[in-house]
Design a protein around this ligand. Structure first.
Ligand SMILES: [Zn+2]
Length: 395
């Protein structure tokens, strides 16, 4: 089974093929140096580099990208026929954390947006984090390591709390600075996409030069890593790469977003707990369903919220009290979405609130308080509760 997108954000929908016709004049393209020097490119230079990247991509790039995404369960942008009736639900897509993310792009030019869309579409830094072992050295979460302790401790505690086999899950940072690392980018283009050495080298150089600009915080801009993932390929090798470890990926950008809106004291552990909930689903085969895509995704996402709520409130979990629970519930609910047609539909704000709070109520009901439900039992209780959690709420 595949990974699930954790946090829905507005992602690039750029069609790469559409850009193939726009071949840049070679003279307009700045030379790419071995180690791309940091610095702001003019809009014309950016556009020329973006066009150069597109010119290097094969005509079937959209199909290749889709194939890679499907193998990894990243096909969340695909839309399917509407199944959930949007008029049944209250939904407003705004949220402080999303507003904050938008505010970080306020000074961007059209060329900057084009560059960011290209990077988000190719997402070589994400593929690097998903497909390849993390680099040797200490684990660092957050751009300056601010979240390292919270995340590593939460993960360790979750492994102790839940009864699944979790020793093989790799807790992995998702850093935008990989966009400056030409060796790692090369590996993605060469091995994941199967491009030849010259093309892969050139693409790595161009992408790193595009990312290495001040308006992108030299790769650290939150838009590149505004996400977290639970991933399992269930032993199915990835072509050109082989076996890929089970992972939880934590993006620097999403952590920065929650810090910016004052939820950093709780968001990190809440997100890890949610992603861990997805690994429980993989481990227990709870992903199997006959529901159509948006409803299937909503069920899994709300279930992960419930697993998280249970752990975060339980006396032997994080034992968070009401005030902090409300904060974490809000942090989930802020990312509830209104994409009723999307394969990755996470549920609305109200549904995420209800699911998380239901998890805390189950923890409250534990007698004695030290009892931890088997994960399978908790999953069964959730299935019974689900129809109530997703009942139409529009007035
Ligand atoms: Zn999720």
């Amino acid at each position: 089974m595949k990974k699930l997108l954790a946090w829905p954000v507005a992602a690039a929908t750029l069609s790469l093929a559409a850009g193939l016709a726009v071949l840049p004049s070679q003279a307009a393209v700045p030379a790419v140096t071995e180690a791309a020097a940091p610095g702001r490119l003019s809009p014309e230079e950016s556009e020329a580099l973006v066009a150069r990247v597109k010119s290097l991509l094969p005509a079937d790039m959209d199909a290749r990208l889709l194939a890679v995404q499907e193998r990894l369960g990243l096909e969340e942008q695909e839309l399917v026929g509407g199944v959930i009736d949007p008029s049944d639900y209250q939904c407003s897509p705004g949220s402080p954390v999303r507003d904050w993310l938008e505010s970080t792009k306020a000074s961007w030019t059209a060329a900057d947006h084009g560059t960011a869309n290209l990077i988000s579409t190719l997402k070589p830094h994400l593929l690097d984090a998903l497909l390849f072992p993390r680099p040797a050295g200490p684990l660092v979460f957050g751009t300056g390591g601010q979240d390292t302790t919270d995340i590593t401790h939460s993960f360790r505690d979750l492994q102790r709390f839940w009864d699944i086999e979790s020793g093989d899950i790799e807790l992995t940072p998702f850093h935008g600075t990989v966009l400056l690392d030409q060796a790692r980018l090369f590996q993605v283009f060469h091995r994941a996409f199967g491009f030849d050495v010259t093309t892969s080298t050139n693409l790595a150089g161009l992408i790193s030069q595009l990312a290495n600009q001040p308006q992108f915080d030299y790769g650290n801009h939150p838009t590149f890593t505004f996400n977290a993932f639970a991933f399992s390929n269930r032993g199915v090798p990835f072509p050109g790469i082989g076996q890929v470890a089970d992972k939880i990926l934590m993006g620097d950008g999403v952590l920065a977003g929650y810090r910016a809106v004052g939820l950093d004291d709780v968001a990190a552990e809440a997100i890890v707990a949610h992603e861990f909930g997805h690994h429980i689903q993989y481990e227990l085969d709870l992903t199997a369903t006959t529901l159509p895509a948006p409803e299937a995704a909503r069920r899994l996402e709300l279930m992960a919220d419930a697993f998280a709520g249970y752990y975060l409130h339980h006396a032997r979990g994080s034992a968070l009290q009401t005030k902090r629970i409300n904060q974490f519930v809000e942090s989930f609910a802020q990312l509830g979405d209104c994409s009723f047609d999307a394969i990755s539909h996470h549920g609305t704000r109200n549904q995420r609130l209800a699911s998380s709070l239901w998890g805390t109520q189950v923890a409250d009901a534990a007698r004695p308080q030290s009892t931890i439900l088997p994960s399978r039992t908790f999953g069964q209780l959730f299935e019974q509760k689900l129809p109530e959690l997703i009942a139409p709420d529009a007035g």
